[in-house]
Design a protein around this ligand. Structure first.
Ligand code: ZN
Ligand code: ZN
Length: 350
């Protein structure tokens, strides 16, 4: 066991504060990673405040981790000391169910083991995330960060990047397709960049007209203010694919009307109440409404390599760990372009 400086939520109602946690000694197939950067995801806030229920406290959030391998167990074959690596939303799964065998561990029948707010499969010990100076992970759940992506800008790819990449690939978005991205936050800005890099024609849909300039600067071809009178009617049947990143409640039926025949809308956000859905918007144009959750290890590696090849990275604001509580408040106010990333050196020195 290694005493490790971290920042933790002591309970659902308390701000995050320093805490020393214990990391297990690396086992045969484990790598010990010195964490350099950790992105701050909206789900960190949801779980630290127990908004989804079942949270384990104290909680060390963080599942957009980039670091350097500091030690490797005797049987580790994929990584060596000094390698720059990443850890995303999960650190283990059953490895035997159909999804695990297919490399889609996020849909494991026994449930993936979350990087934090989860329990180790063998010991039942709580897992602690990336708001800490080091982490120990089985090599099968570790990603290689390719050269060419600035490390602080690579961290959010481990959740926001794969969450948007996976559905774009799964549903076969191809050059020339018309893609709408609903919401321009941490997920939305990655969806714009990735869909453009895949050759799609991208339109950002947002309730705030002030985001037009940002959307175009990120590479979007067009912007649509959904508050504008008649916007939905004027754009009916326009898109092949809609990536819906919004987690505030909104009317799916209206957005479905923007799809072409055989178009697909995929939900990535989780509103806190169910949304009524009519059959007509689906039936009349053979449309599909789908959901998607992060991506498997193999696909996450593919995404990282794709990003390096196409010069795609997250737009980030780097903060020190002491600013984390303020960062949460700013995220809730939509005041970040587009991801906070913690420089973990601030936790090492502090
Ligand atoms: Zn996340
Ligand atoms: Zn499984």
């Amino acid at each position: 066991m290694t005493a490790t400086p971290a920042y933790a939520a002591p309970s659902a109602r308390a701000p995050l504060a320093p805490l020393t946690i214990e990391r297990r000694a690396p086992r045969e197939r484990d790598v010990l990673i010195d964490i350099l950067y950790c992105g701050v995801c909206h789900s960190d806030i949801h779980q630290a405040r127990d908004e989804w229920g079942g949270s384990i406290f104290p909680m060390v959030p963080g599942h957009e981790i980039v670091g350097r391998v500091a030690a490797a167990g005797a049987s580790v074959s994929k990584f060596a000391v000094g390698d720059v690596v990443g850890v995303g939303c999960f650190v283990d799964s059953c490895r035997e169910c159909p999804q695990c065998r297919a490399g889609e561990e996020q849909y494991c029948d026994q449930g993936m083991t979350g990087t934090y707010n989860g329990r180790e499969r063998d010991t039942g010990a709580p897992t602690y995330g990336g708001y800490s100076t080091r982490i120990v992970v089985d090599e099968d759940y570790v990603l290689r960060i390719p050269d060419g992506i600035p490390l602080e800008r690579a961290a959010p790819l481990l959740c926001a990047g794969i969450t948007t990449y996976s559905p774009l690939r799964h549903f076969g978005v191809k050059p020339g397709d018309t893609v709408a991205v609903v919401g321009l936050g941490g997920l939305g800005h990655m969806a714009v960049k990735l869909a453009r890099a895949m050759g799609a024609e991208v339109t950002v849909l947002s309730t705030s007209p002030a985001k037009r300039e940002d959307a175009l600067a990120l590479g979007a071809n067009d912007f649509l203010s959904t508050r504008e009178e008649g916007a939905f009617r004027a754009n009916a049947g326009r898109f092949d694919f809609i990536v819906d990143t919004v987690s505030a409640q909104h009317d799916y039926n209206a957005y479905l009307g923007l799809l072409k025949v055989d178009g697909t809308m995929v939900l990535l956000g989780v509103p806190d109440a169910p949304t009524p859905l009519g059959a007509f918007p689906l039936i009349g144009r053979r449309r599909r409404l789908a959901g998607s959750m992060i991506g498997g290890i193999r696909e996450t590696q593919e995404m990282l390599d794709f990003c390096a090849e196409h010069g795609v990275a997250s737009d980030v604001e780097v903060i020190g760990i002491a600013e984390i509580n303020q960062a949460y408040e700013r995220m809730l106010a939509g005041d970040v372009r587009y991801r906070f990333v913690i420089d973990i050196a601030s936790l090492r020195d502090g």
